[in-house]
Design a protein. Sequence first.
Length: 188
Amino acid sequence: MQGGSRRGSPRANGRGAGPRATLSGPGPDPDRLTRLLEPVVRAMDLDLEGIRIITAGRRRVLRVVVDADGGVSLDEIALASRELSIKLDSAPEMGDQPYTLEVSSPGVDRPLTQPRHWRRNVGRLVSAPAPEGGRVEGRITSANESGVVLERDGVTREYRYADLGPGRVQVEFSHLDDELGEEDIGGH
């Protein structure tokens, strides 16, 4: 979503980052930035899922990923971008060098590592490293602070998060003929 930079000018839009703050090259401290930005995001009833600072020569990009139960709308992303830009412009954490602020929601490829990630994906098909080796796959039927219930082929099983590795949402494609009637795909 549209972001800002040290002098308040709008910059290009972009996509999200991983769940952890990372830093490429010398520059701002990701932990200090997280402590600065988290209260702003929390005040909007959003979760700060991660920040990432990318430095390539003179160009710097600060990517901020936010999420909420029920997802995040484009209007919420735009508001978060404005509020975070104001906060960053009034703080020394990014220094004087220009930067681009990109605010987005996590993509489907984000690993499920926190209970809230699993909860926000109830109803989706996921895959995760299994406690006994290999992988477990199933549809999330419920999730709480300690574990998740997965259903596969009518059988449900509960897993503790401590026993699973990071989950991944599986992209599901419906068959065209399941979605459309015969008349819609060439029948008369």
